[in-house]
Design a protein around this ligand. Structure first.
Ligand code: GAL
Length: 372
């Protein structure tokens, strides 16, 4: 009996909350979704009808270049697979915003919820709510901890970290290293670091490498990385040989700091995502490498898994990953190392960036031959 009363109470609370959120949104956006800076929304605010397939895609932060590609490809694929509506929202890097946007989506009658988590530890309230409403939940690229989720679709994140450290330690086998981590709230950032340390730690133990600093950039922000590396250069009288940077936006900030000391190109530095600016820096020689995680692969795979789950079909996983509540089915994709010598065979061959964009800042006679 007590349980029923409690459930009724929770139910009333949830209904009240959804109404509140729905009203809030209607007034705030007047029928158009607030998709964040670069948000996109394929729909009105009306609740989806019974026989429609509606997907909610909650993106942590659409101001970062890579997530805009993810959104576009996801929408294209989901529509091709029969989705009628895709509700897209950007939380602009804010935990609270992501929670309330997801609550709104749940009140709009979605059939499956796909989340690119801003904070891997902050989402259990809405994921639990989705579970109670029998709406399957997919963790897109970033794991969601402490909640029951149906699938995690991502690259092999430990392998990404290993690739970064492998490349940098091949270039700079001995010397002073700075470890520049990603957003501490993103579970991936921990997995990347685990991979980096698999490679770096033995070299620290045998005395080849000295780690002179280890800091993490909030929100994966370039500005945070710029500050961190500026301070590190000052504290070490510019004596840094290599930076293991965890993605391209943070590498960009770090390279800006190096550049103001005339050190860009002198200090080996990694990245991740094959952002256009990073790939241009690789062509120019100020960034050593990036890890390309074909966004088409992850976006397409997430769209497929979302539609399968919405239709009640089984999804095939390559393994599991524990999120402190359960072993989550892990649909794992392979990352690719990108450096100056294979730009043509990777990001350009894939059409992810064009030859002209990549070599824009390189004099024509110094560019490799254009295959076109
Ligand atoms: C990570 C993601 C990286 C990078 C970063 C910044 O979770 O795996 O590829 O994009 O976020 O957004």
């Amino acid at each position: 009996m007590r349980k029923i009363v409690k459930s009724l109470f929770v139910l009333t609370l949830l209904v009240a909350l959804s109404l509140l959120v729905a009203c809030g949104q209607a007034t705030e956006s007047g029928g158009q979704s607030d998709g964040g800076s670069d948000g996109n929304n394929d729909s009105d605010n009306e609740s989806a009808s019974e026989d429609q397939l509606t997907i909610g895609l909650s993106v942590a932060d659409l101001s970062l270049e890579r997530w805009q590609h993810d959104r576009d490809i996801f929408i294209e694929k989901a529509e091709e697979l029969g989705a009628d509506e895709i509700l897209v929202q950007s939380a602009d890097g804010k935990d609270e915003k992501q929670l309330s946007q997801i609550q709104t989506m749940l009140s709009q009658g979605i059939d499956v919820l796909v989340i690119i988590a801003n904070n891997s530890d902050a989402l259990s309230p809405v994921v639990n709510q989705a579970k109670e409403e029998d709406i399957p939940v997919v963790a897109y690229d970033r794991l969601i901890n402490n909640a029951e989720i149906d699938a995690y679709v991502s690259f092999d994140n430990v392998r990404v970290g290993e690739m970064q450290a492998e490349y940098i330690t091949e270039q700079v086998p001995t010397g002073k290293y700075f470890m520049l981590g990603g957003a501490p709230t993103d579970n991936n950032a921990q997995m990347f670091r685990e991979g980096q340390m698999n490679v770096v730690e033995p070299l620290v133990d045998n005395g080849d490498i000295e780690i002179i600093g280890d800091q993490w950039a909030d929100g994966w922000s370039a500005e945070a990385a710029l500050d961190i590396i500026e301070n590190a250069l000052t504290a070490n009288a510019n004596d840094i040989d290599a930076i293991v940077a965890t993605n391209d936006s943070t590498a960009g900030g770090a390279i800006q700091a190096l550049s103001s000391q005339n050190l860009a190109g002198e200090v080996a530095i990694s990245g991740q995502d094959a952002d256009l600016a990073a790939v241009q820096r690789i062509a120019e020689g100020t960034q050593s490498m990036t890890v390309y995680k074909p966004i088409r692969d992850i976006a397409v795979r997430n769209a497929e898994v979302a539609v399968q789950l919405a239709n009640g079909d089984e999804v095939e996983a390559q393994g599991t990953v524990n999120n402190e509540t359960m072993d989550v089915p892990f649909i794992k994709l392979e990352p690719i190392k990108v450096h100056q010598d294979n730009l043509m065979d990777t990001v350009i061959a894939d059409g992810f960036h064009s030859y002209d964009e990549v070599y824009k800042n390189i004099p024509e006679d110094e560019r490799p031959e254009n295959p076109e």
